[in-house]
Design a protein around this ligand. Structure first.
Ligand code: ATP
Length: 191
């Protein structure tokens, strides 16, 4: 079983591309969603976050997002420490999830933060210009401002970085997605 990462900047179309892979029967691990679940349910993760940021990190057992956002905003060492709690937990959870799908030819792990490493055999990069990503996110997330989206983009990896680490690129500008997904799928089935 191949472990395949699928990555790209905000609004590049990672989830959309993953849905196409899912229709082909490929299991997909959505790292962001799983991170949120671990943060709200995993007792070890929860207690580490409380140790780091205090009891206010959870309100009536629910993750207190505004409080945490405020605490780590402009405090990069706290943000790093928070990531050092969440990222290894997600990595371990993803590894166990992948082991549970070892009968499949390959599985996908979708994440905006991705590094080339021993836990992934191949990486797919979903690419689209900043302009088109901004327009799509503004339409999808009506509560988000242009400035907020641009700030997120600025903090993410560059297209050059993604190209460097990836084995396959899916262009999601004005290109058809399905034929590109089918081509990558065939290559992964035969590699
Ligand atoms: P995020 O990083 O926020 O999780 P993402 O990379 O997973 O985003 P999607 O959610 O798949 O991106 O796509 C962003 C928005 O753009 C969605 O509303 C999606 O429906 C739309 N979109 C994606 N690809 C296309 C396309 N080829 N044509 C039109 N709209 C698209």
């Amino acid at each position: 079983m191949l472990r395949v990462g699928i990555t790209g900047g905000i609004g590049s179309g990672k989830s959309t591309v993953c849905l196409i892979f899912e229709t082909l029967g490929v299991p997909v691990y959505y790292a962001d969603e799983e991170a949120k679940k671990l943060i709200s349910r995993d007792e070890v993760v929860k207690s580490k976050i409380i140790d780091l940021l205090g009891e206010d990190s959870y309100l009536d057992g629910q993750y207190n997002v505004p409080f945490v956002k405020k605490a780590v905003f402009k405090n990069s060492s706290l943000l790093t420490a928070l990531n050092e709690i969440v990222h290894p937990a997600v990595k371990k959870h993803a590894r166990l999830w992948m082991e549970g799908h070892s009968d499949k030819p390959y599985v996908l792990k979708e994440a905006a933060i991705m590094k080339k490493g021993a836990d992934l055999d191949k990486i797919i990069y979903v690419s689209a210009s900043e302009e088109i990503r901004l327009a799509r996110i503004l339409e999808r997330d009506t509560e988000r401002s242009k400035e907020e989206i641009k700030a997120i983009m600025k903090n993410q990896f560059s297209p050059e970085y993604f190209k460097e680490i990836s084995d396959f690129i899916i262009e999601n500008e004005n290109n058809l997605l399905i034929p590109q997904v089918l081509a990558v799928h065939q290559k992964l089935l035969t590699s």
